[in-house]
Design a protein around this ligand. Sequence first.
Ligand SMILES: *[C@@H]1O[C@H](CO)[C@@H](O)[C@H](O)[C@H]1NC(C)=O
Ligand SMILES: *[C@@H]1O[C@H](CO)[C@@H](O)[C@H](O)[C@H]1NC(C)=O
Length: 386
Amino acid sequence: MEHRRLSELERAAKDPSSPGGFQQGAPTMPWPLLLPPLLLLLAASGAQTTRPCFPGCQCEVETFGLFDSFSLTRVDCSGLGPHIVPVPIPLDTAHLDLSSNRLETVNESVLAGPGYTTLAGLDLSHNLLTSIPPTAFSRLRYLESLDISHNGLAALPAESFTSSPLSDVNLSHNRLREVSVSAFSTHSQAPALHVDLSHNLLHRLVPQPAGTGLPAPAIQSLNLAWNRLRAVPDLRDLPLRYLSLDGNPLAAVGPGAFRGLAGLTHLSLGSLQGLPQLAPYGFRELQSLQVLDLSGNPKLKWAGAEVFSGLGALQELDLSGTGLLPLPDTLPLQLPALQSVRAGQGLWCRRLVRGGAYPRQPGSSPKVALHCVDTRDSAAKGPDTL
Ligand SMILES: *[C@@H]1O[C@H](CO)[C@@H](O)[C@H](O)[C@H]1NC(C)=O
Ligand SMILES: *[C@@H]1O[C@H](CO)[C@@H](O)[C@H](O)[C@H]1NC(C)=O
């Protein structure tokens, strides 16, 4: 059978306009007309059966397509103990679950054999891994999703994942103190990569050194929440769109902190430990930022009106649970794209533009204000305009 990758198939099954899907030639058909064939497709896809499997493991076969033209096997060998590796798997295995087996090591000979080369997903979470040899995943040439969360990893070798076209790597809940960005470099034309490094001991992220010959990793979303970072790490050259630094002991966000992150659209700085200071112009580089979350920082205070300077694309601002009250009148003028602000305990504000005189008089500006409601008792109290 033709080997096709899991996500590709799932996309084809869900997306009626994709070439592998059903609605070829009729992408503009209105929904009601689409429904009957779509239902047929859903009924035919994702049908599950079990099949004979290595003792202790569960093998589930999912079939896709009208005539079950594609099948994918998910092999669950979780919770069996360290003797389970190396485990033989069926040739069409798309996903292998080796979680909760008290595994202390994995290496390329454990992750090799028929079925492994085409594996798209591997779950090694909840084991006892403290290190990984740099070549451990070298034979998994189609691996897209790797979960190593809840282990005891203390280090990550540079170029650990170069052989795999990864799109999701979960390294959360380990003991990593320092990670080099080049650990995520890859030889293949990499798709967007999502990396979860939350709940580690990171105090430093080492930028990719110049002249490695490898392109900068295509990390599009990066979760660095709940680590030991005291400063915003240098993430230049990464095509980042989503970044979370929640729960870190960041001391300050000053000018230049987000240098090189002009493509960032979502930034989360919630529940920062310590005494965070927002310096004027600290967010200046984030010209594409649409969502900024500063919630859960009760000690945060205004450091002047220029704090949010430069955030020309910002639509949503979350200041709930902070000391940033009252909101300055000039906020909607400073942030021309702002649509909604959360503040205090349950205050929700939306942009309100009052009809100005046209043609506009020289020197007059349109009346833009924030219209706020208290979402805790909005029924009892009338809306306030700040
Ligand atoms: C790989 O790990 C297994 C145990 O998990 C071990 O028996 C084997 O010797 C290792 N192979 C190499 C090449 O290190
Ligand atoms: C990573 O794993 C943790 C723990 O298993 C989980 O809570 C988290 O949602 C995962 N992250 C992603 C991006 O899936």
